[in-house]
Design a binder for this molecule. Structure first.
Ligand code: BJW
Ligand code: ZN
Length: 244
């Protein structure tokens, strides 16, 4: 199932960079955005995850995020998340970059997580930018507002917005330095995150994709492990002799 090359690279001194997407949380019950079983089918992410959608219909956008927060409150990380937390302990130089906003990597024990698209459990003021802790949106009640009067929004990155600069810069430099890059559970179509695996490979990394479906990256990757990350990652650890 795994190539010799990949097993050889599973040494503690190998520099590893991982990019995860919604597929890693799919087995926990979080719907993906676009995958075959994507459940946000009523709306394309581009329709809700942008500033105009928020300004035109804040109730709809906030209700979407509230629904997702409640969903995340009631689920658990899966063996894919736990395997990545284990890998952080095993490799001396290991970087976990995620596009996910669900916080499940941390809940599984990953200590350092570069969250490129923010975190759904945090909020900020749309007007003054002040960080605001979790505020639940109740449909039919007044919209939550900051003390400055601005609307409160989730602290996530919408289309057309910049990613957190330092997080992105670190992720990009870790991709450049990596010997092994794993792209897991992402359709790899949203930039700049989707550029990270390509940057890594251009700079010499062995690029492995884990996904049950083909993506644009599948043709480019050095190795494609076709299947669910919650099954493949524990098997990879087992094949390497790392106990989960
Ligand atoms: C499994 C599985 C299992 C299922 N195991 N796998 C043209 C070219 C290049 C770029 C652009 C362009 N036009 C516009 C852009 C820029 C734009 C962009 O990339 N658009 C593309 C759609 C073309 N990017 C941006 O706007 C970004 N900002 C930016 O570029 O700033 C600079 C700038 C500013 C102003 C002007 C111009 C430039 C920001 C992007 C923000 C993305 N935000 C979202 C929402 C976050 C908040 C929220 O969660 O609500 O992030 S959108 C959504 O997509 C979310 C995700 O993180 C992201 C990626 O999705 P992901 O994770 O890959 O999920 P899916 O569903 O797509 O895929 C799941 C995969 O899992 C599938 O492949 C399944 O098969 C697989 N799977 N089960 C393993 N068990
Ligand atoms: Zn404010």
């Amino acid at each position: 199932m795994f190539s010799k090359k990949l097993i050889q690279l599973m040494q503690p001194e190998t520099r590893v960079c991982v990019l995860t997407g919604a597929g890693v949380s799919a087995e926990s019950g979080v719907p993906t955005f676009r995958g075959a079983h994507g459940l946000w089918q009523k709306f394309r992410p581009e329709e809700l995850a942008n500033v105009d959608a928020f300004l035109n219909n804040p109730e709809l956008v906030l209700a979407w995020y509230q629904y997702r927060r409640e969903l995340i409150d009631n689920i658990e990380p899966n063996p894919g998340h736990y395997s990545l937390a284990k890998m952080e302990q095993y490799f001396a130089d290991f970087t976990l970059v995620t596009q996910n906003v669900d916080g499940l990597h941390r809940r599984a024990g990953s200590q350092k997580v570069y969250e490129l698209h923010g975190n759904i459990l945090h909020n900020k003021c749309f007007q003054c930018g002040k960080a605001i802790q979790r505020v639940d949106f109740v449909e039919g009640e007044e919209l939550p507002r900051c003390e400055c009067g601005g609307l409160i929004r989730p602290d996530v990155v919408w289309f057309g917005e910049m990613l957190p600069e330092k997080t992105l810069t670190t992720a990009a430099s870790k991709a450049v330095e990596a010997d092994l890059f794993l792209s897991i559970g992402t359709s790899a179509i949203v930039y700049p995150a989707a550029g990270l695996p390509l940057t890594a490979q251009r700079n010499g990394a062995y690029l492995v994709e884990i996904n049950p479906e083909q993506t644009d990256l599948s043709r480019t990757a050095n190795e494609v492990l076709s299947g669910q990350s919650g099954e493949i990652l524990p098997k990879l650890l087992e094949a390497t002799g790392i106990a989960l």
